[in-house]
Write a protein that binds this ligand. Structure first.
Ligand code: NIG
Ligand code: FE
Length: 389
């Protein structure tokens, strides 16, 4: 295997406290040695071991590629008119999902796959090297299974979200839709997915339905995660902890008991500030969660309705400006935090054994991601040791 040393790194985020300083395991004037698709060594440039090939980072900062643990990329159409109306004062409603369901059902497999590829290229250019994506805009057995098959062409982190909303075909009988989601639809979808998710919210699924759906998914070998406490207070977060879900996503409306539950369990709180930005909603309080000792992840929620951004740097800037996170905390949450939300240890860090997923910044430090919002700072991206953007 060819080894590569990347030297002259202005500051290197390792997320490994054994290698560098502070939360980010930061090393100034650093080097990285890659062996094939893995990191073999990380540390001060002056101590770097020899390698077959040498790359000069030119003083740029290098961090682990972002781990975007929450997106909805298998869809067709967009919802420009709905966004436009919201910005004139209309509220966001979960029911807008139906518009995308109709467009997605009408699209061909090739159109859907091309869409996923397009948004992934966008994300990759902005530094994302691991991403999760969901079904949830099909809501029939065939349309959900095909969404997952298409998602699996692009990533290993695939989530079955047949329980996004009650299918319009079952408007008069939501219980029958829950039976489908936990029965024939689950049977068709489980082979293509790693995760099971449910939108636990007024107008979508209540706590008992969500428990039934996640429990049925677990029985089929899927791991639970959940859309919880996004638009209102509710049972989602505590259910997530009870079922040992990897992540409770959104966490915008939390009681003290919700925060305590997250602090006592293994469930990551994934915050999705693109959704609050795009729905003009109250920000989730990251500071409150961090001060309670909760593990926090930051992700895009990229979807055509509530958060049509593929940019993790944008989410980092929002989290720092409006959610009480320090720049270091936000960078950690978008890398190591995302990895924790996917229960992965091979990504989200840059130390020996990690996958060689790198984002180079045209900046001397990762703080610039928040300090220079809206500026395309990611100048080079490597995945598994190969330069891909
Ligand atoms: O995470 N909350 C549920 N699902 C998406 C919204 C999907 C949509 O509006 O199309 C979300 O925000
Ligand atoms: Fe979502």
């Amino acid at each position: 295997m060819t080894t590569t040393v990347i030297t002259h790194i202005g500051s290197l985020v390792t997320n490994d406290p054994a290698v560098g300083e502070g939360l980010l395991g930061l090393v100034e004037d650093a080097a990285l040695v890659l062996d094939g698709d893995r990191v073999a060594w990380a540390g001060p440039a002056a101590q770097a071991p020899a390698a077959d090939r040498r790359v000069d980072a030119g003083g740029r900062a290098v961090l682990p590629g972002f781990v975007d643990s929450h997106s909805h990329l298998v869809f067709a159409g967009d919802r420009t008119a709905e966004f436009d109306a919201r910005m004139s004062g209309q509220p966001y409603r979960a029911g807008g999902i139906r518009t995308t369901v109709a467009a997605t059902r009408a699209a061909t497999d090739a159109e859907l796959s091309a869409n996923v590829a397009r948004y992934l290229r966008e994300a990759l250019r902005q530094g994302t090297t691991t991403f999760e994506t969901k079904s949830g805009y099909g809501l029939t057995v065939e349309d959900e299974a095909r969404a997952l098959r298409i998602a699996a062409e692009h990533t290993d982190e695939v989530t079955y979200l047949g329980a996004h909303i009650v299918s319009p075909d079952f408007a008069d009988d939501p219980a029958a839709y829950v039976d489908l989601v936990t029965g024939a639809m689950l049977d068709a979808c489980a082979p293509h997915a790693r995760w099971v998710d449910v939108f636990c919210e007024k107008g979508a699924f209540d706590g008992d339905q969500a428990r039934a759906i996640l429990t049925a998914g677990k029985a089929k070998g899927l791991l639970p995660r959940i859309h919880a406490n996004q638009l209102s207070y509710g049972p989602g977060v505590q259910l997530a902890v009870e079922l040992d879900a990897a992540s409770a996503d959104h966490c915008t409306h939390l009681t003290d008991a919700d925060v305590d539950a997250l602090a006592s369990g293994n469930t990551v709180a994934t915050l999705l500030p693109g959704a609050e930005f795009s729905t003009r909603a109250q920000w989730p309080d990251a500071r409150r969660l961090l001060d309670a000792g909760v593990t926090v992840a930051l992700s895009t929620d990229c979807n055509p309705g509530s958060s049509f951004t593929s940019s993790v740097p944008f989410c980092i800037a929002l989290a720092v400006r409006d959610m009480g996170m320090t720049p270091d905390e936000a960078v950690w949450s978008a890398t190591a935090g995302g990895a924790a939300a996917l229960r992965r240890t091979d990504v989200g860090r840059l130390s020996a054994g990690a996958r060689a997923d790198l984002a180079f910044l045209d900046a001397p430090s990762p703080v610039h991601l928040a300090y220079r919002p809206g500026v395309p700072l990611v100048s080079e991206v490597w995945r598994a040791g190969v330069r891909v953007a």
